[in-house]
Design a protein around this ligand. Structure first.
Ligand SMILES: [Zn+2]
Length: 244
């Protein structure tokens, strides 16, 4: 079972960035069939957070597509109610991308509600991490100390500059999952050596990255078949409680 835990998704939309980016159900399912991927976790494109649309796509393809919601916490008055509504629609996780929206991952004034709602609704919180001051693994750790029941997926596992910090935080906190999407092969090797492999997941960042390339990174980089199976799908299914 191969599950891509990090795919961006949506219809074409307007400026200011990524003007021509799109990844629709037809395009995604075509690529999944080509690459032998059984299921994908879809995440809205940045600034285009139509979470109802995401949930409906997942509802239409329940065996293939799992949907996460995104939100800009500055723009929600009732963050808890809104997250509950997303979960009621079928959303399985929440992603924050703090550098785009001008907050830190430990910005408790706007994020306490978000962390609490993820715990109350039993969904993981996925956060962009790495290479800027607004999305550091140490900020995640500060919030984990406040909300120890949270499950946090560190997208890109700290990218380049903060890769070691992400591993240290994951070593100290069992709630942390390292998402190897667009990370280096060295990050993958370090994570396998330093933390339990049940907390390492794979994604492709499609359509920005090519799924075939990211898949090959894991196939080449993980020798043990059992570990490879976990990273390529079993772990995320267990984390999302979809595993049967
Ligand atoms: Zn991404």
């Amino acid at each position: 079972m191969i599950v891509n835990a990090h795919v961006h998704f949506g219809e074409p939309w307007g400026p200011p960035v990524h003007i021509d980016v799109h990844y629709t159900a037809d395009e995604l399912l075509r690529d999944m069939d080509r690459d032998g991927v059984d299921m994908s976790v879809i995440i809205p494109f940045i600034f285009n957070y139509d979470n109802e649309y995401m949930a409906n796509v997942a509802k239409k393809h329940p065996d293939r597509i799992i949907a996460y919601a995104m939100m800009n916490p500055w723009r929600h008055k009732n963050r808890k109610d809104d997250i509950k509504r997303y979960v009621d629609m079928g959303i399985k996780g929440l992603k924050l991308r703090s550098p785009s929206e001008g907050f830190c991952l430990n910005d408790y004034l706007i994020l306490d509600d978000v962390y609490e709602a993820c715990i109350e609704n039993d969904i993981p919180l996925m956060v962009h991490t790495g290479d800027d001051v607004l999305s550091t693994p140490l900020q995640c750790e500060e919030m984990i100390q406040k909300f120890p029941q949270i499950t946090m997926i560190l997208a890109h596992a700290g990218f380049r500059a903060l890769a070691d910090e992400a591993i240290r935080v994951a070593k100290r906190n069992k709630q942390v999952i390292l998402d190897q999407t667009a990370a280096t092969s060295q990050q993958l090797r370090d994570a396998i050596r330093e933390i339990d492999v049940e907390r390492i997941i794979w994604g492709s960042d499609s359509p920005y990255m090519d799924e075939r390339v990211e898949l090959e990174k894991i196939r080449v980089g993980v020798e043990e078949p059992e570990v490879r199976r976990k990273i390529l799908g079993e772990n995320i299914l267990r984390i999302l409680k979809i595993w049967k």
